[in-house]
Design a binder for this molecule. Structure first.
Ligand code: HEC
Ligand code: HEC
Ligand code: HEC
Ligand code: HEC
Length: 210
């Protein structure tokens, strides 16, 4: 049996070069010198518009037209007939785009147009205008009452005042209730370096369970 061959010793300079090389490599990877590492998104400060609490409309406090109360012209003695030709003289600026709901007196009371008409002919005032909407949008009204539609502010704690519901007409123009298109917010600031990513929502998800 021959004695085991002893390995030739590694020269010190080679060992030092190896350790030094590995150190350099780790620093290079850590600092991402080549630029192959994953890109990082830098998020700028959030635009205050994105969390603004104001609603899209201002809710009017009283029913006036050109500064005058409705009753200054509509004395409430004769029920309005709703002649569309006559409307043009004074209220031509009103654009009624409420789907099939195209008649002023579906909402306004014929004798006192500053109020709104309920099913039974009784009057709903501006202060409880949601009762008007509830006539035809019962399910949305129910959702709104339970806090699922519209917006809530105030407190969960009833002792501190409880929640406030935002009234329908703070968001919807009663004459044209659909929202007009909003300006889209700019895309988030993304690192210019290409970034490897998985599929985004809606991409390559065909056939995935919903
Ligand atoms: C400066 C006068 C004036 C004021 C103020 C005024 N109206 Fe009128 N309004 C008229 C005239 C004129 C007509 C058409 C003639 C008519 O039928 O009496 C009319 C018609 C209407 C009609 C019926 C439209 C149709 O189809 O014929 C409604 C609803 C109405 N007004 C609502 C209001 C409401 C609500 C206010 C208050 C916020 C108001 N008006 C304030 C002058 C006025
Ligand atoms: C007399 C019934 C009636 C009243 C009162 C009424 N609406 Fe409507 N509303 C309708 C009808 C009908 C439609 C569906 C339009 C269509 O599809 O033709 C509609 C549609 C809408 C839409 C959806 C718009 C769209 O084009 O899809 C909104 C939002 C809306 N109403 C809000 C309100 C608000 C807020 C009030 C109270 C100020 C109100 N409505 C009062 C009958 C009514
Ligand atoms: C869906 C219900 C609805 C219909 C339909 C409707 N209105 Fe109104 N209208 C309101 C409500 C609610 C207000 C008060 C709230 C507001 O102005 O934001 C109002 C406000 C007004 C005002 C005072 C504010 C303004 O915009 O000058 C006038 C005038 C008026 N309506 C006239 C009319 C006329 C004329 C018609 C028919 C062409 C009509 N409305 C159809 C619900 C309705
Ligand atoms: C804080 C704002 C806000 C308030 C308050 C609000 N809505 Fe809406 N509503 C929206 C938005 C946003 C949509 C969806 C966008 C659109 O359809 O224009 C919507 C949609 C609707 C629609 C269309 C059908 C649907 O459900 O998608 C109806 C009808 C409606 N709202 C009625 C009401 C009524 C009635 C009230 C009050 C009882 C109310 N909204 C209060 C914001 C609001």
């Amino acid at each position: 049996m021959s004695p085991p061959r002893s390995r030739p010793p590694v020269p010190h300079w080679a060992a030092a070069a190896c350790v030094g090389g590995l150190l350099l490599l780790s620093v290079a990877l850590w600092k991402d010198v080549i630029g192959w590492g994953p890109g990082r998104d830098e998020l700028g400060p959030l635009d205050p518009k994105s969390y603004e609490a104001a609603t899209v409309r201002k809710v009017r406090k009283d029913m006036t037209f050109g500064g005058a109360p409705c009753s200054s012209c509509h004395e409430g003695t004769e029920p309005l007939q709703g002649d569309p030709k006559e409307r043009g003289v004074f209220h031509e600026a009103i654009e009624l785009k409420h789907g099939r709901n195209q008649h002023c007196f579906n909402c306004h009371h014929r004798l006192k147009p500053e109020n709104f008409a309920n099913f039974d002919g009784t009057q709903i005032t501006l202060a409880s205008v949601e009762q008007l909407c509830a006539r035809c949008h019962g399910t949305t009204y129910r959702d709104w009452k339970s806090g699922a539609h519209g917006r809530r502010s105030g407190h969960w704690d009833v002792a501190k005042g409880g929640p406030n519901a935002t009234v329908c007409i703070a968001c919807h123009d009663p004459h044209w209730p659909l929202f007009k298109g909003f300006e889209a917010a700019p895309a988030p600031h993304v690192n210019p370096r290409t970034r490897k990513r998985g599929p985004r929502a809606g991409e390559g998800m065909e056939g995935a369970p919903h």
